[in-house]
Design a protein around this ligand. Sequence first.
Ligand code: NAD
Length: 263
Amino acid sequence: METPISSSERLKGKTALLSGAASGIGLASAWRFAEEGAKIAVSDIAAKKGRELVAALNDNGYDAFFFELDVVDAKSWEGAVAETVGRWGKLDILLNSAGIGRVYPLLDMTLEEWRRTMAVNLDGTFLGTQAAIRSMKDTGGGSIVNISSVMGMVGAPNISAYCASKGGVRLFTKAAALECAALGLDIRINSVHPGYIETPMVMRRFENIDDSDAAMTELTTKHPIGRLGQKEEVASLILYLASDESRFTTGSEFVIDGGYTAR
Ligand code: NAD
């Protein structure tokens, strides 16, 4: 579904670092931020796709660069923030979008699989948030947006590690927001909780199952609106939280789920 969106430079003069920006929600947010006037630091472990995105952004006249960043690596985060500030003088916006959503039945899951999910989704969000705050506190503040999930609010079978990691992101966000406020820092931190969105993370699940149509119908009916979400719809909410329009908002959770959690 294409919704025409006209730019009104809602992020004019801002700089943004995005993790997991080579795909899905991160990618849609990179375009949306750029269209609204921000300079964009694209980061991901998927270097080829990240570089292709930056080339496309540059071709469209936007100021962007790529930084290969594994979110579990604290040194990489320091490097990405330093590169952003080195180029543009400050970091205003961090979007923590990198994540993995693997299905592991509880009784079969290894400790290694559990830890990997926690590392990417929760440790990665902590490390990015910490690196950004260390920089933002000296350059006039900023906005940090952490992508959690409806699975950080309600449970579901076979994804207990994912639910635990996203529930962790939800409360980490609130605690970090309160700490910034208590320190008198002009840094806001909020979490976004999407329902199922048509991105590679979700669509991959239907690749190797026998009746993918039935599985898709079952998933769709969990959303009272009657369809899955689009990454551009999530990017619109993220844009609001990244911009100064949300300046009275911190430590809050923003659900965008087609009604998934309403019943
Ligand atoms: P996606 O798979 O399309 O994109 C995720 C990106 O993260 C990929 O480019 C991948 O390379 C990157 N990534 C994975 N591990 C990384 C690491 N260690 N370091 C750096 N980058 C890494 O998925 P998406 O649907 O766009 O998901 C984005 C975020 O939204 C995730 O945090 C996901 O959990 C969350 N989310 C997605 C949905 C959904 O339905 N798609 C719903 C709720 C929440």
